[in-house]
Design a protein around this ligand. Structure first.
Ligand SMILES: NC(=O)c1ccc[n+]([C@@H]2O[C@H](COP(=O)([O-])OP(=O)(O)OC[C@H]3O[C@@H](n4cnc5c(N)ncnc54)[C@H](O)[C@@H]3O)[C@@H](O)[C@H]2O)c1
Length: 439
């Protein structure tokens, strides 16, 4: 393929050199003439292990070129990869100036070099851009081209390489994700990256854009989480390196997909209590733990959002399907569903509650005391039949997802179904009043 790479920084130079090494005819473009001069002399304009050698070999074999001219680079190019910077504005927004300029230059160049009839050009964003950028910035800039008979489409293909190991990461990416609705762009990218071991996953363009932010936010959170707990452990005389080394050995709950599905607030008898203990220890030892303090705050927001949605629906009767903090337990301590019920009752809603396992008469100890304080009339509100809770309800708030709950929702669908677990299945998700909590 002839590939144009716009922006010869860390991402662009690694991408250009690796694709050239793989036999493609690659044309790097930059507005910075010093970078163009470097590449033309066979030097990498950025310091990355192994990159100088790759650039030198690709330039001398004639598979890598550098230019400031979009027209030269786009003449008969099949694919362009946009790798320009997307820095922060002083207020933290993503500055899309370079993206806009590059895409406008691409549109102008494609008009000048007009791909021959039947040929198609894929404009692929590799820079990190907010969800909506391809649809709102890139596609409109290319919109007029089709009227001139130029076939082209756009995609987002997030880059996951890390500086310092960019070349190695290019060849072994954790994921290859192409966000596009254009089959020709998808096919072109699948062929371009087909030599890598990872499969190319084609998704909705906004998913590809959002994914990169989720990854980087998670990586940043991991670093800060480790530093935050370690700061406290050091003050407590605990070897944090040993703790974290053991922590990472748990690949069932800690370093794993566990707890990473969008869903309802955390709760139960351990997580809130133990987080509070840590925060207390931090306070008395004069250590700040803003990340973990924020965790409790964000958890509370999840509950508030459900209450706000019910209020916004202007309804009267609410069926809460599922009361304990997860299915198949009768432990109600710090269940976010109990908190939800308390807040809704406090706001005057007529709340009916279904839970298969909870039996007020059999609750004992701390569990009983917790419910008596929070929901003293639980016995009157509770039923063991989901249909009984649903009959006449305007809205169902559903965290249980067993078959009786699904059947009852299908038979007696209320006006609104607010799904807290995301596990109700396609039939319930197709109901007209269905709402996912954060999906
Ligand atoms: N650096 C990383 O490790 C990394 C990893 C993954 C994703 N990203 C993302 O990739 C993008 C690029 O990052 P980078 O670190 O390579 O940036 P960079 O600043 O090193 O390089 C950007 C290059 O684009 C050039 N440029 C600006 N406007 C241009 C235009 N209109 N036409 C041609 N060239 C133009 C600049 O001169 C510069 O050489 C960013 O969105 C970044 O968030 C970076």
């Amino acid at each position: 393929m002839k590939v144009a790479v716009a922006g010869l920084g860390y991402v662009g130079t690694v991408t250009a050199a690796c694709l050239a090494a793989n036999g493609h005819d690659v044309w790097g473009i930059d507005v910075d003439t010093a970078k163009i001069d470097d590449v033309r002399r066979g030097l990498s304009p950025v310091a990355e292990p192994g990159l100088d050698t790759l650039v030198a070999a690709a330039v001398s074999s004639g598979s890598l070129h550098a230019t400031t001219s979009y027209v030269e680079a786009f003449d008969r190019a099949d694919v362009s990869l946009v790798c320009v910077g997307t820095p922060s504005t002083p207020r933290g927004a993503t500055d899309l100036t370079y993206i806009r300029r590059a895409v406008d230059d691409i549109a102008t160049a494609l008009r000048v070099v007009t791909p021959p009839a039947g040929r198609h050009h894929s404009v692929v964003i590799r820079s990190t851009v907010p969800p909506g950028t391809v649809e709102e910035v890139v596609t409109p800039a290319l919109a007029g081209l089709a009227d001139s008979g130029i076939g082209c489409g756009a995609a987002m293909c997030p880059e996951f390489l890390r500086e310092g190991s960019g070349v190695a990461d290019f060849y072994q990416p954790p994921l290859i994700v192409v966000g596009t609705a254009d089959q020709r762009v998808a096919a072109s990218m699948t062929s371009l990256f087909g030599f890598l071991e990872q499969p190319v996953q084609v998704v909705d363009v906004r998913i590809a854009e959002a994914l990169k932010y989720a990854c980087n936010a998670f990586h940043a959170t991991k670093v800060s989480f480790t530093n935050e707990v370690s700061r406290l452990f050091r003050l407590l005389g605990v070897n944090s390196r040993e703790v974290m080394s053991l922590f990472c050995q748990d690949q069932v709950l800690n370093v794993s997909p566990a707890y990473l599905r969008p869903g309802f607030a955390f709760g139960g008898s351990c997580l809130p209590k133990d987080l509070r203990s840590l925060l207390y220890l931090a306070r008395v030892n004069s250590a700040d733990m803003p990340l973990l303090a924020g965790t409790l705050a964000t958890n509370d927001l999840v509950i508030s959002e459900v209450v706000d949605r019910v209020v916004a629906h202007q309804v009267r009767t609410v069926a809460l399907l599922g009361l304990s903090f997860k299915m198949n337990t009768d432990d109600l301590r710090e269940s976010p569903n109990v908190e939800l019920a308390e807040r809704l009752i406090g706001k005057g809603f007529d709340v009916r509650i279904y839970d298969e396992v909870v039996n007020p008469a059999r609750l004992i100890g701390a569990n009983r005391r917790y419910v008596e304080a929070k929901l003293p009339h639980l016995g009157r509100l509770l039923t063991h039949q989901p249909a009984e809770a649903l009959r006449g309800a305007d809205v169902a708030i559903v965290s249980a997802y067993d078959q009786p709950v699904r059947d009852a929702l299908a038979q007696l669908p209320p006006r609104y179904v607010i799904d807290l677990s995301g596990r109700l299945g396609a039939q319930i998700e197709a109901l007209p009043g269905y709402e996912g909590l954060s999906w």
